[in-house]
Design a protein around this ligand. Sequence first.
Ligand code: ADE
Ligand code: ZN
Length: 349
Amino acid sequence: MTPEQFVAGLPKAELHMHLEGSIEPDLFLRLARRNGVDIRWSTEAELRAAYSFDDLQDFLNLYYDGCRVLVQSQDFHDVTREYLHRAHADRVLHAEMFLGVQGHTTRGVAPATIMDGVLGAMDEALAEDGISSGLIVVAQRHRSEAEALELLDSLAPWYDRLMGFGLGGAEVGHPPRKFAEFFRRCRALGFKVVAHAGEEGPAGYVREAVELLQVQRVDHGNACVDDAALVAELAQSRIPLTMCPLSNLRLHVVPSVAAHPLKRLLDAGLCVTVNSDDPSYFGGYVNDNYLACQVALGLERADLVRLARNSFEAAFISEERRAFALRAIDAWSAEAEAEVQGAARAEAT
Ligand code: ADE
Ligand code: ZN
């Protein structure tokens, strides 16, 4: 069994992806046409050629502009359904998806338009493919904390359908402490909380997210490697890092996947997970990320299994579902091992 085949059949959870970052060029063009939205590109090739970025801000400029093609409920439905189809094909059993509601409401789209489309597609994916999913609303960190609090209030009608809240967007200059009250409110309401930290920002932002915001997971977290004490604390607490190697490569957070800290942190005992972030912009879904790491970091099959197990340890799911997923990983590992043994026997005879 090749690494590609092993990764393809490995049951996994994806915990760090932005729905708005999963609009494939063909869907992007269809949505622009459907809604009469003026865009700079007319072919998929032109769009793909535009996906070359200097850094996070350069990417965010295009990403926020791209959100203009999402107008009607059906658009939010289609983006969500297409991502969940694609994730299911990668043997993702469970996905936790980020939604940047402010990027739409500030353009005049009503929260109900967004939520009806996304939640309907999530229900459909569960019924049709058996893939479970959760929704995490991210506040944009370049906006004020007051706006984040307004966002929280505006979503009250959907609290029972939301898993949690997070923090995304331009990191440097917008430290976690700027959102301390927002996170306190989210936690008091019983939501799971996560935050992007240590992607372009320093190790201090990761520490602040953990200690001040009391996040249950850190999104990215790369910069923790600069603080040995923090690495030891993260290993001890098992607060997961949702890492995104191909995103980090495309946004120049790392010079190469070979230089990515994922394997070092995995070996140090942290609950590291592999995710796609914005798959259509960064040229890879979750399995592409696993495989890029396997090749560049020389991951063994046991490392791939550890990463998949971590994804379910880190997921906001019931213990029953976690146990089911871990058994599915064991079954797949046993199948792969039996194939290796069978091939060895065939060679010996
Ligand atoms: N929003 C979408 N992708 C992001 C990333 N890589 N970092 C921060 N915010 C984002
Ligand atoms: Zn992200």
